[in-house]
Design a protein around this ligand. Sequence first.
Ligand code: NDP
Length: 256
Amino acid sequence: MAGLGARSVLVTGANRGIGLELVRQLLSKPDSPQWLFACSREPDGERGQELRNLVSKHPNLVIVKLDATSPTSIKDAAVCVENHLKGSGLNLLINNAGVFKDVALDAVDVEDMISGYKINVIGPLLVSQAFLPLLRRAAQGSSQKGLSCNRAAIINISSTLGSIELVPPSYMNPAVPYRCSKAALNMLTQCQSVEFKDFGILCTIVHPGWVKTEMGGQEADLTVDESVRGILDVLSKLSDEHNGAFISWKGNKMPW
Ligand code: NDP
């Protein structure tokens, strides 16, 4: 984790689960980011309480309203972040917000498919689009030459359930809308990695492990603390060779 020195970081879905723990651990680092933008779709509601408690102790933390299903909300969030950065770029964007529904082929309906796709794929697409100018500014303003999270990066949080090769061993949870949306997110990241490489922006897919959160459930393998420690360690080591890669919270390559 010592190597992750991004000066500005934005995390979506930061009011609970993996997103909230990313914020907590980034704040506790000795070289905490100068600006840490924690996004929540309802910052003033009950679910935003933990973030509001953190803001009172950390002046570098800014809560930003962002609903991943609303293009207007995403654009407003980008304007808010740009105003805070005062001419600097955004180094690291973590598209973490997501939804899971474990529904099988015989029961899945149009709404299940559309809502999974809207939040898990179109959300990261639109968020990356809106923040692209700030990411490009960070890459251009950096003295570093190669790709890294300290310079400029988009990290899309995917899942082992988005791996097409791993469907047979993981099909105890059919989760059809989730699997399809995360497979599409993986494709989106590959496209971003090709297009944004020349801007100096690294694009990588990270699987956080099976984590004890509202989504993962209490029978999951990992505590949120373990998963996020692993993720932040991995992020600190990413370079050109990881552009477009699908990797786990331990840094291992995931099967496509
Ligand atoms: P949680 O369900 O605990 O948290 C999900 C987060 O996403 C919440 O902050 C939630 O906000 C936010 N969110 C949901 N919908 C929207 C929306 N429309 N706009 C903005 N934010 C939204 O999930 P985890 O922390 O476990 O998961 C985080 C990421 O990790 C997800 O992308 C997930 O797919 C992935 N993942 C998780 C695994 C696990 O085992 N936990 C395994 C593999 C991948 P709100 O409180 O407002 O609903």
